[in-house]
Every structure is written in C-alpha cells, then in structure tokens.
Ligand binder design. Structure first.
Ligand code: THU
Length: 168
C-alpha cells in the first residue's frame, strides 16, 4: 500500500487589476450576469461568464425552482447557453461571482461538484484546459489555470471506455 499526496497550485489575487485584460472583462461579465439570477429561495445570486476561443463571452446565472433539484447553477446555465448558441466552440475560461442578500461575500465562490463534472466534460470534448476566475461579491480572486485541478480522481469518458462498454 502506498499513500499518495495530491497538491494543487493556484493563484490568489488581491485585485482584478492583476488579471489580464480579457479576464478582467470576463469577471465583469460574470458580475453583470448576477443581475439575471433568479434565486428567490436561497437569496444567493450567482453569475458566471464563459470566454470562448473565438473571443465571445457568454453569460449565465443561477435559476432556482420551487422544486429545488430542478434549479440550475450559474455555471450549468452558462455551459448550456454555450452549447446552444455557440456549438463546437471551445471554452477558454469561466468566471464566477455571487451576491448574497444579507451579507458581503468576501470569499471566492467555487463551482459545486456537479458543475465541476460538467466543466470537465467540456475540457474532454475539446481537449482544452478551462481556466477558472472565482470571486465573491468583493475581495480576493482565485485564478486556476485548469478546472481539472478542482476535481482530482475525476470520472471521465476514458473510465467508461476502460469498462469495455461498446456504447462510447
Ligand atoms: N450556485 C451556483 O449557481 N453556482 C455555484 O457554484 C454554487 C451554487 C447556486 C445554486 C443555488 O441556486 C444557490 O447558488 C444556492 O446554493
């Protein structure tokens, strides 16, 4: 038996001015998307924005539902919008930001587990690392050069292939 240590590196920034201009714009778009959020149940409004390889920015926000599992995260809405309106264009980076009704979010908001898996599928599909820019409503920014870092030991298409299934 051996013990394996997993280590990830990411960047922590004190201000958006430390980001390249294209990512500053992307984060701004994620913040704008917060205004389109529908979150009457959690009062936690999330905005996301994807920068595509062709330079287009696609925005999305969380859309809740009285039946909570039917709600969709901002990242999920954004990925679906990319697939629907810009099919077959790889995603270079995804920014996420959020606002809570009664408190200042000074810590970055990171994609939930389900969204991490959905982001990875995009990476797999286009064989391209997706960068993440994460912030709360203010405060420090996290910049991760590869979303896969947030989902070590992930389950992917290769795992299904390895099972010998002929459906993939
Ligand atoms: N949410 C997102 O949209 N993205 C995340 O990364 C975390 C959580 C949403 C889901 C739900 O509408 C609300 O935030 C509270 O969980």
């Amino acid at each position: 038996m051996k013990e394996i240590k997993l280590t990830i590196f990411y960047k922590e920034l004190n201000s958006e001015n430390e980001l390249p201009a294209s990512f500053q714009q992307l984060l701004k778009s994620a913040k704008e998307a917060i205004n389109d959020s529908y979150a009457p149940y959690s009062n936690f409004n999330v905005g996301a924005a994807a920068l595509l390889e062709n330079g287009i920015i696609v925005k999305g926000s969380n859309q809740e539902n009285a039946s909570s599992p039917a709600g969709i995260c901002a990242e999920g809405v954004t990925l679906s919008a990319v697939s629907a309106f810009h099919p077959n264009i790889p995603i270079v980076a995804l920014a996420v930001s959020a606002k809570a009704k009664n408190s200042e979010l000074s810590n970055p908001v990171a994609p939930c587990g389900l969204c991490r898996q959905a982001i990875l599928e995009y990476d797999y599909r286009f064989q391209r690392n997706i960068q993440l820019i994460l912030q709360g409503s203010s405060g420090k920014i996290i910049w991760i050069d590869d979303a896969k870092k947030l989902l070590p030991l992930y389950f992917g298409k290769d795992d299904i292939k390895a099972s010998g299934s002929t459906n993939f």
